[in-house]
Design a protein around this ligand. Structure first.
Ligand SMILES: Cc1ncc(COP(=O)(O)O)c(C=O)c1O
Length: 385
C-alpha cells in the first residue's frame, strides 16, 4: 500500500506562494512548506469551530496552553509555566520584536551564517548592527558526513559590551544541524555574561531526522541563564500550518515577556481564531500524523542523499533535522547555480541569500514521485551541461 504522503496534491489553484514563483515547467522546491495534506484533526477542529457563526477577537484557550505545556514536557523534556507564554501569529514577528527590545539602537546583534535570511535582515531593520560569525565546515572524505559547527573562538571574540543579542536558528536552517546541550549552554553563558539576549528560533524543533539526537530547547540547556533566553516555537513547520499563523514566545523573565508583548501591541495582529483551533488540534492529537511524516521525510532524505551524491559534481551531507537539503554546487560553478537549476526545471533557494553562494537549498517535503522527477532533472542537467 502506498504511503498517505505519496499523493500528489495540486496546489496551483490555492495561491500557494511556492507554486506561483516559477513557470509551470519548473518544480518548486524552495520556500519551506510541505506539499502534504494537513492532519485530519485540523480539518475537524476548524470545521467544528466554524459551526459557530462569530469569529471575533480570540485569546488562547487554557486547554491550548495546557497542550503546549504537555508538548514541551513530553516531546522536549522541558517543563514550562504556561504564564511564561505569549501567543503571536508568526515566528518572524516574534524574532523582530525580541530583537527590537534587546539593548539600544546602534548596538550589535550576532548571527551565524549561512542562516535563514530574515535572521540576517532583522538586526538592521530594528536599528542594530549585524555581526556575522560564520559557521565552520569540516569536510569528511567520501562519506558525506561533513559537519557544520559553531566557531566558538570567533564567537567569543565577537561578544563585547555592545552586544545586544544573538539570533540562533536551532535546529539550524539551512544546514539542518542540531546543537548539543553543551554548545547551547556555552552560547547562553556568553550571552549572559555580556547581558545580551539569546533569541532562539526553534521552529524546526520537531522535524528531527536523526535517530540518535534529540532537540534540546535552548532555555533548558541554559537553565541558570534562562532570564536571558527567549524561545520561539510554532506548530507551523511541524504540521504544515505555515498559512495558519500561530506561534508562541517563551520567556522565563516576566519583564522580558512584558516588553516583547508591549512591543507587539498594534504592530502585530492577534492570532486568528481558527489558527488557535488548528494549533490545539495538532498539539493534542497530531502526533500519529507527525510520526508518519518523519518516516516519510527520512525516506526522502535518504533517497536524495544517495541520488545527489552519485554525481561527482554535486554533494550533500546528511541532515540531522529539517526537510531542507543543503547542496554543495561549488564544482558545478563558482557562481550562484540558481539559474542553472531553474533552466533544468527545478526551483531551489539560492544559498547566497543565506550567506553562501556555493550552495542551493532544496525542500524535499513533497511526494516521492515529485522528488524523483526533480532529482532526475537535476542530474540530467548536470550530466549534459
Ligand atoms: C528558521 C525559521 N524561522 C522562521 C520562519 C518563518 O516563520 P513564520 O512564517 O512563522 O514567521 C522560517 C520559515 O521557513 C524558518 O525556517
Amino acid at each position: 500500500m502506498n504511503h498517505p504522503f505519496d499523493s500528489v496534491i495540486n496546489r496551483k489553484d490555492t495561491e500557494a506562494i511556492k507554486w506561483q514563483k516559477f513557470g509551470s515547467d519548473v518544480i518548486p522546491m524552495w520556500i519551506a512548506d510541505m506539499d502534504f495534506a494537513i492532519p485530519d484533526v485540523v480539518t475537524k477542529a476548524i470545521s467544528k469551530r466554524i459551526q459557530h457563526p462569530v469569529l471575533g477577537y480570540t485569546s488562547a484557550a487554557e486547554s491550548l496552553a495546557d497542550c503546549v505545556a504537555n508538548y514541551c514536557s513530553t516531546r522536549h523534556h522541558w517543563s514550562i509555566d504556561t504564564g511564561d507564554i505569549y501567543w503571536i501569529p508568526g515566528v518572524l514577528p516574534a524574532v523582530t520584536a525580541a530583537c527590537r527590545i534587546a539593548g539600544e539602537i546602534g548596538e550589535e546583534v550576532i548571527v551565524m551564517p549561512p542562516v535563514y535570511n530574515p535572521l540576517l535582515e532583522i538586526p538592521e531593520k530594528v536599528g542594530k548592527k549585524r555581526i556575522d560569525v560564520p559557521m565552520l565546515y569540516t569536510p569528511a572524505e567520501n562519506t558525506h558526513t561533513g559537519t557544520w559547527s559553531i566557531d566558538f573562538d570567533s564567537l567569543e571574540k565577537a561578544f563585547s559590551n555592545r552586544t545586544a543579542a544573538l539570533l540562533l536558528s536551532s535546529p539550524h536552517n539551512p544546514m539542518g544541524v542540531m546543537f548539543s546541550e553543551s554548545e547551547l549552554h556555552r552560547i547562553a553563558t556568553l550571552c549572559a555574561s555580556h547581558n545580551a539576549l539569546l533569541i532562539s528560533d526553534e521552529i524546526h524543533c520537531d522535524l528531527i531526522l536523526s535517530k540518535t539526537k534529540k532537540h534540546v530547547p535552548t532555555a533548558l540547556a541554559a537553565k541558570e541563564h534562562s532570564q536571558h533566553v527567549v524561545t520561539i516555537m510554532s506548530p507551523s513547520k511541524t504540521f504544515n500550518l505555515a498559512g495558519a499563523n500561530c506561534s508562541f514566545i517563551h520567556a522565563a523573565d516576566p519583564q522580558l515577556l512584558d516588553s516583547i508583548s508591549h512591543e507587539c501591541l498594534y504592530t502585530v495582529p492577534l492570532v486568528p481564531t481558527l489558527s488557535y483551533c488548528a494549533a490545539e488540534a495538532v498539539y493534542a492529537d497530531g502526533w500519529q500524523w507527525h510520526s508518519e511524516l518523519i518516516e516519510y521525510l527520512r525516506g526522502n532524505h535518504d533517497y536524495l542523499m544517495q541520488a545527489i551524491n552519485q554525481s561527482d559534481v554535486l554533494s550533500m551531507d546528511k541532515l540531522d533535522a529539517t526537510y531542507l537539503a543543503w547542496i554543495d554546487t561549488n564544482k558545478l560553478t563558482s557562481e550562484d547555480a540558481s539559474d542553472f537549476f531553474i533552466n533544468a526545471g527545478v526551483g531551489l533557494s539560492p544559498g547566497r541569500q543565506y550567506g553562501h553562494k556555493h550552495y542551493q537549498r532544496l525542500n524535499f517535503a513533497c511526494s516521492r514521485v515529485l522528488l524523483e522527477e526533480g532529482v532526475e532533472r537535476i542530474l540530467n542537467a548536470v550530466k549534459n551541461r
